[in-house]
Design a protein around this ligand. Structure first.
Ligand SMILES: Cc1cc2nc3c(=O)[nH]c(=O)nc-3n(C[C@H](O)[C@H](O)[C@H](O)COP(=O)(O)OP(=O)(O)OC[C@H]3O[C@@H](n4cnc5c(N)ncnc54)[C@H](O)[C@@H]3O)c2cc1C
Length: 557
């Protein structure tokens, strides 16, 4: 290739992260962290840190064979130096969508505990940040989960009971007083500032996130861009194509929200529904139509549909913003849960549930475990209390096990309102100024337009709308497309769609990306005839990093 053609080659990134939410930020930060400690014990962290810092500058003696690895060897590829760019459909900053939704719903505190955050440096990074900034007053204690230890008598009874291989008694959780400090909800302001400080610490602020919506991903040699037919990803966005060696997909629930249309028979499936909105598409709350009617002193009624925390937050907020009465319909009985998932999936004893999950024989089993652990939507006790207060004041009507079956838009001189029918029928239901659906988002990888090409050219199995990834969260062994967040639930477990999965996903992906670039480097070096000694060194490093076998580094080359 001539020098002039080299100069005009398009830029090839090392990593493109699609989706700049908390999971995307966790991956980017982890790639830039030299001594990750967030999921190691203190002892492992110290050992890792020492070897990372000094392992190359001093001779290291291997215990088994006494072989001394000399210092001064060539540095293998460092993920800290990788060229990373993040593309996000809605914002040109990290966690833009997250911040927008929290602002829109006026949420003051997260639902999750202090050890769910995005920093790779330290498990207690968020807690430490709160204290270092003297903002411990922004932490809200989570009641009813610490100090509920099980009596000796109860433990004995449990032991004598017959427990199935996977049952609640196997996964009994005890959070003792020592861990009380973890069980606080951080304020949204604190969490958001912490994310900003993580981005700044790892130099991920200026220009790393670009507001571009991804429309297609292709993996193939690109004529005029690839050198030696190296397969590259062509990521096509609304701004044009970009090239990269690896891709991380962190697109959250991924699919577009959909409003169940069966109740709106008078409207065709594609017609926009006036005075109806899905919770994830709210721009201002309540809608300007409702605001105007409140301002005119009219009586207003809003219908909220859904059984999760968002529906409770919307009902509460609507009442606080002056709506006369909110009707809240739930398809199922109300579920009161402190967190989205059971404590057994998230406390420091989660290893037990995770072990059942990892050792499951099939992805179908894993899917069932995730479904069982998450259940449908649930409301934390704090919000349930708020709802009960509104009910007692007559501002809220909560109907469980009730479905919306028909809605007709009736226009009078006083404006348009929805007349609805439910099952079972509710008498004396008013017409509604607005209907909000807080019914979540159904994830289905098969219907994502930007994965159509990948699914055609590099097909993989899918289960329950989720891709069946490799253990490294890779699309396929031969395709360095990594997936984290909700789409990786079949590998990350029930906390995958939440912040709980962010660091675990980031850890696996960063190690796999490091391995990918090391392999590339080895191939390059092999072609220059200098691969033999370094191969052994890489095995050693893989072992130290906890990924390789200690026996493979003993093999004579
Ligand atoms: C109101 C609310 C409160 C919540 N509170 C908590 C909580 O307290 N604790 C907790 O653990 N979880 C909570 N959750 C769940 C929360 O969604 C996840 O924990 C978190 O957002 C997951 O991060 P993510 O990066 O996977 O997804 P997201 O935050 O959804 O980020 C995905 C990003 O991908 C981008 N994207 C999608 N498609 C494309 C595309 N084609 N091209 C480019 N970019 C794209 C989106 O714009 C978005 O910015 C809450 C969710 C909501 C809605």
């Amino acid at each position: 290739m001539s020098d002039t053609s080299r100069q005009t080659l398009p830029h090839i990134h090392d990593v493109i992260i699609i989706g700049a939410g908390p999971c995307g930020l966790a991956v980017a930060a982890r790639l830039r962290e030299k001594a990750p400690g967030a999921i190691f014990t203190d002892e492992e962290h110290r050992r890792h840190r020492f070897l990372h810092r000094y392992g190359r500058s001093m001779p290291l003696k291997q215990v088994r064979n006494g072989r001394v690895t000399c210092c001064g060897r060539q540095t293998p590829s460092n993920t800290q130096d990788l060229d990373i760019v993040a593309l996000d459909a809605t914002h040109n900053d990290w966690c833009g969508r997250w911040n927008k939704l929290f602002k829109c719903y006026n949420i003051e505190h997260l639902r999750s505990p202090m050890f769910w955050h995005v920093s790779p440096a330290d498990r207690d990074a968020l807690l430490g940040y709160a204290y270092s900034q003297s903002r411990e007053n922004e932490l809200l204690e989570i009641h009813h989960c610490v100090g509920k230890e099980v009596s000796k008598h109860m433990r004995k009874r449990t032991r004598t009971q017959k427990c199935s291989a996977h049952s609640a008694c196997n996964a009994r959780v005890e959070i003792n007083e020592r861990d009380r400090i973890d069980y606080f909800n951080p304020s949204q302001a604190l969490f958001s500032d912490h994310c900003r400080s993580v981005a700044s610490r790892y130099h991920l602020c200026n220009g790393v996130v670009k507001k571009e919506s991804v429309q297609d991903i292709k993996f193939d040699a690109v004529q005029g861009v690839s050198v030696n037919d190296e397969p590259l990803f062509t990521v096509t966005t609304d701004q044009g194509p970009q090239y990269t060696r690896t891709v991380v997909l962190s697109v959250g629930p991924a699919n577009q929200p959909s409003i169940p249309r069966h109740a709106f028979r008078a409207f065709s499936a594609s017609a926009p529904l006036p005075q109806v909105c899905h919770s994830t598409q709210i721009e201002t709350f309540p809608d300007p139509i409702v605001r105007t009617r409140i301002a005119l002193g009219q009586r207003t009624n809003v219908l909220v549909i859904g059984g999760g925390l968002t529906s409770a937050q919307l009902s509460d907020l609507a009442i606080r913003k002056g709506v006369s009465k909110v009707w809240h319909l739930m398809r199922s009985p109300i579920a009161i849960k402190t967190f989205d998932v059971e404590l057994s999936w998230m406390s420091k004893y989660r290893n037990l549930e995770q072990a059942y999950f990892y050792s499951a024989d099939t992805d179908e089993e894993r899917l069932q475990m995730v479904k069982a652990a998450r259940g449908g939507g649930s409301i934390p006790p704090r919000y349930h209390k708020k709802l009960k207060e509104h009910i007692s004041r007559g501002r809220l009507e909560l109907r469980t096990e009730t479905k919306l079956v028909d809605a007709q838009l009736v226009t009078t001189e006083a404006g348009s309102r929805w007349k609805v029918e439910t099952e079972p029928a509710i008498e004396d239901m008013p017409s509604f100024d607005f209907i909000y659906f807080a019914t979540g988002i159904e994830t289905d990888v098969a219907s994502l337009p930007y994965l159509r090409t990948m699914r055609e050219t590099h097909p993989i199995d899918e289960m329950g709308g989720l891709p069946c990834l490799t253990e490294q969260l890779k699309w396929r062994d031969d395709v360095p497309l990594f997936v984290t967040g909700r789409l990786a639930s079949l590998r990350l477990g029930a906390a995958g769609p939440n912040l709980g999965g962010a660091r675990t996903g980031a850890e696996r992906i960063a190690l796999a990306i490091q391995e990918h670039f090391e392999e590339r480097q080895n191939e390059d070096e092999a072609s220059e005839g200098s691969a033999v000694g370094d191969r052994n060194e890489n095995e050693w490093e893989r072992f130290v990093l906890g990924r390789g076998s200690k026996y493979s580094c003993l093999v004579e080359h």
